[in-house]
Each structure stands twice: as C-alpha cells, then as structure tokens.
Design a protein around this ligand. Structure first.
Ligand code: NAI
Ligand code: CS2
Length: 478
C-alpha cells in the first residue's frame, strides 16, 4: 500500500477524510514544539492548522523535536510531514490529515539545527509536551540538579534534558540579540507555565548566568494552559482502520476522541497563531480550568486505571463497564472533587463531570489502563493528593480519593492481575520496587507514604488517611 504524502493525498471528496487547508505545504516555521508525541499531533498541531485555515496566516508551521528517539522523525519523513488524526467516537469515525508539522528534528543528532531554529527570529513560540517526568523536578518542585541529564547539561556540551535544551536555546537566542519569544507548556501540570519558568530560572541560577536570567525575565513569557483531548497510543486496530479510511499507509497516524479543549493564559510577549479562531479559550486566569480538568478528569482517570488494572481490565472503557468502579469514579467526582473546586467562568462542574465519564466510556477508544498508570509518582500528587488535602482542610473525609491513592499503592505492589501484567513505568521505579510482590497492606502503605517527594510531611501523620489507605489496599490487592 502506498504511503501518505503530498503526492498521494486522497481526493477532496473521499468519505471519512478531511484534508489539510490549501497552502499547508508552503507555510513558514514559527513554532518549535518539544516532545512531538501523540498528544501534540492530536491537539496543538490541529488547533494551529485550524487557525491557519481560518486566517491564512502562514507563519506558524511547526518544527517538531522528538526528544528521546527518532521514531516520529522516521514516521513523518517520506510523508512530507503529513499524518492523520484518527478521530474515534460512538457516532463518528474519520481521519483528519494534518500538514502543520514542517520538519522534525532529533537533537541527539541535530542539536545545532534545533538551536538555530530557536534563535531564528521567525520562531515566536515554543511549546512542550515532554511528559510530567520530562521536567526532571525534585520533591520541592524545583529543578533536580542531581539528575544526571540536568547535571550534564549544566556542565556544558550538547544538552539532553528538555529544560537544558530549552535554556541553551534561549541563551543562544539572547546572544544573537533576537526578539522576545513565548514558551507554552502543554503538559498535565498544575500552573504549568509557572512550573516551567521556575525550572528555567533554576537552570540559569545554577549556570550563574545573571544576564540570561535578566533577559528571560524581560523577553520571555511562560503562560499557563489547560490542555485536554484523550489521545491514546495508537493500536494495531487503529492502524488498520486508518489505512482502510485513507486507502494509504500512514506511519504517523495518531488516535483521539472528538472532544478537545485548550485554555491559554493570555500572556504572549510576541505574536502567536490565532488559536482562538480554532476554538481555544484565552483567559487571564487558567488555574480554575486546570484544577477542574486535572482533578475531575485526570484524578478519575488515574483511579480507574489502577483499580481497573487490578481487576485485569486492559482499557478504561472496560473498567467503566464495571458498575462498582463506575460508581467509584462518579463518587470521586461528585463527593470529593467538586465540593472543594472553584467553578471556572462559564463551566458547570456536575455537567463537566458527567461528560468526562461519558468520554471515558467511549467504546471506540482503547486507552490502556497501564498507559495511564505510567509515572504515578508524578501524577498522584496533583491529581488526587490535592483533592485529599483540600477536603481535609475543609473538615471533610475524601474516601473516594483515598481509595484512588490506595489503588495506586496496590498496583505498585502487584506484578500481575488476572493475566494482565502491571508494569511500573515510573522515574521512581527503583524506590517503588521495595513493595513489589508484597501482600502486607500495612507495610505497603507505610513504605509508600514514607516517600516525602510524593506524600510530603503532612499526610503520613494523618491517622485517618493512613488507616483508610490500609483498609482500601487490603480490599484492592488481588
Ligand atoms: P507520547 O509518549 O506520545 O510522547 C511523549 C513525548 O515526550 C515524546 O516526544 C518523548 O520523546 C518525550 N519525552 C518522554 N519522556 C521524556 C523525558 N524524560 N525528557 C524529555 N522528553 C521526553 O505521549 P503523549 O500522548 O504525547 O503525551 C505527552 C504528554 O502530553 C503527557 O505526559 C501529558 O502531560 C500531555 N497530555 C497527554 C494527553 C493524552 O491523552 N495523551 C492529553 C493531555 C495532555
Ligand atoms: C491520562 C492523560 O495518560 C494519562 O495520564 O490521564 O493523558 C489524559 O488522557 C489526558 O489528560 C486527557 O486530556
């Protein structure tokens, strides 16, 4: 079967296929994206292409940076950068062909090209989706200066960490006297723009480069964002369906639901794409939207992932079909999360929660429980412990959120459930291995609650939380 490319693009009237807007291939590069994985291709790149379609502003082609392997570079090479987004819903299946990515760099071999792209005055926006662990933070939320990649980047040479590459690129831009630039974190982190700004400042301070710190303070902004679109890793069934619809083989195919949302703090020191023309929301205060999404959607996602995997369920959809776990999810949202949330302007929290549960039940998406289970040490604090702390402060008992944390603990301790392997893919894997294979709920809870970078110093001393965790882990262990 032929590969997707400029020459083989399906005809405009092909059923189920939406083509990129005319002129897609003549756009100039104006965005550098670090971490060109599934989510960027299904979310920010789609918004950017839709903004181009709406305005004709052709300055926002994307230079994608594949951080850890050249897989995506190989996938899009030979396709003129084209790839499809396989949109899967109960009542819709189609492929949106995206041509916004104009080049892909693999900085392990192309660092000079990456630096040149960041220095280029035509580049006015840098976006990132490098995963929560990709920022290499310490337990206090600062840059982990002891991290081997960060330490190597500080020592000089070609940078390898995301923050190192970003700062070295900004340093090169400063030295070239280039214009201001906006850095937009699009990862699932609370106050993600503030988090990234702090990590950049920590790197500059460790460098001892006060001029760079001052230049960044005056010429670079770091707006916060809330990002949302469920984009699971592409499955074999997705590949086959994509080929069937396109009539072509697409090495870069990604899969997603139809729903998407992007709320962006309006703090751009330089020009940007007209993302609002594509449905993005610009606001002065993203925090209520972040908390709504990270706690209602992501906190429930993690709870379902761990509790479902412990029953051997391979996907979120299968987990939602279990009435007991669907009830746990609904109770978490309505009884623990929403009562301590500020409602963002224009939102209806109960309706949002109900929609999230409907999205989780999408039978067309095979979002693996073990994919969502990744990096729990990075996710649990902001997705569930935040809800627990706010409930405790309000004199409430967050029983469902505690069960969610217990499900993570039991998952960490359990190598396999009903034939489903439960891998620990986590930057703290070595530390978490201490409880692997244990059936001692008390020991599991006390060992894991002793990880200060996750639980802090307040929660381990809370007897009620401790005892509820022990009871829940006892019930959840297979
Ligand atoms: P992916 O696995 O397809 O891509 C991850 C990207 O991050 C790759 O380019 C990889 O090279 C890079 N990366 C991974 N570890 C890194 C590290 N230690 N240092 C530097 N770069 C690293 O994952 P996907 O689906 O694109 O998700 C990425 C992030 O996007 C998530 O972690 C989350 O923060 C955010 N997100 C994902 C959604 C989804 O449904 N997939 C939805 C909303 C947000
Ligand atoms: C998921 C998120 O993998 C995970 O941790 O909870 O990637 C989730 O799919 C997105 O945040 C949805 O917007």
């Amino acid at each position: 079967m032929e590969r997707l490319s400029k020459a083989t693009l399906p005809a405009a009237h092909t059923d189920g296929v939406t083509l990129p807007p005319s002129g897609w291939d003549t756009q100039r590069t104006g965005i550098v994206h670090m971490g060109i994985g599934a989510f960027h291709r299904a979310h920010q790149a789609v918004y950017t292409q839709d903004a181009f379609a709406a305005t004709g502003d052709d300055r926002w082609g994307i230079c994608g940076v594949t951080q850890r392997s050249d897989t995506v570079k190989r996938q899009l090479a030979g396709q003129d950068g084209l790839y499809g987004v396989l949109e899967r819903a109960v009542d819709h299946t189609g492929v949106r062909v995206v041509g916004q990515v104009r080049e892909v760099l693999f900085p392990a071999e192309q660092n000079a090209e990456l630096m040149a792209r960041i220095v280029d005055p035509a580049t006015r926006v840098i976006t990132l989706t490098v995963t929560e662990k990709g920022y290499r933070r310490n337990g206090q939320g600062g840059l982990d200066l002891a991290d081997p990649a960060v330490a190597a980047d500080l020592a000089g040479g070609e940078p390898v960490s995301a923050v190192g590459r970003l700062v070295r690129g900004l340093q090169a831009r400063q030295r070239a006297g280039a214009e201001p630039i906006t850095v937009v974190c699009c990862d699932n982190l609370a106050s993600n723009g503030r988090v990234l700004k702090r990590l950049v400042d920590d790197f500059c301070a460790a460098l001892g480069d006060d001029d760079l710190t001052a230049w960044i303070a005056s010429k670079v902004t770091f707006p916060c964002t809330m990002v949302d679109r469920i984009a699971p890793a592409t499955t074999d069934a997705d590949w086959a369906l994509g080929e069937q619809i396109l009539g072509l083989h697409d090495e870069g195919l990604v899969t997603a639901e139809l729903f998407k949302q992007w709320v962006i703090e309006d703090d751009f020191v330089a020009e940007r794409p007209a993302w609002e023309k594509a449905g993005a929301q610009l606001t002065d205060d993203v925090e209520p939207f972040e908390n709504m999404k990270l706690r209602i959607l992501n906190g429930t996602h993690s709870t379902l992932a761990y509790a479902g995997a412990l029953r051997g369920y391979p996907t979120i959809t299968r987990t939602m079909a279990d009435p007991e776990l669907a009830e746990l999810a609904a109770g978490l949202i309505t009884e623990d999360v929403i009562p301590v949330l500020e409602c963002p302007p224009g939102e209806d929290l109960p309706a949002y929660g109900a929609e999230v549960l409907k999205r989780f039940s999408n039978p067309a998406l095979a979002h693996k429980t073990t994919q969502i289970a990744m990096d729990g040490s990075q996710k649990i604090p902001l997705r569930l412990l935040s809800t627990i702390r706010d409930n405790l402060a309000a004199g409430r008992n967050p029983a469902h959120a505690i069960t969610g944390v217990a499900a993570w603990m039991a998952y960490v301790a359990t190598p396999e459930a009903n034939g489903l392997p439960l891998p620990i893919d986590d930057p703290m894997a070595d530390r978490l291995a201490a409880v692997r294979g244990s059936k001692d709920a008390l020991g599991i809870v006390e060992n894991l609650m002793g990880i200060e970078d996750i639980f802090g110093t307040d929660l381990p001393g809370n007897t009620s939380v401790h005892d509820q965790l022990v009871d829940a882990v006892t019930a959840l262990l297979p």
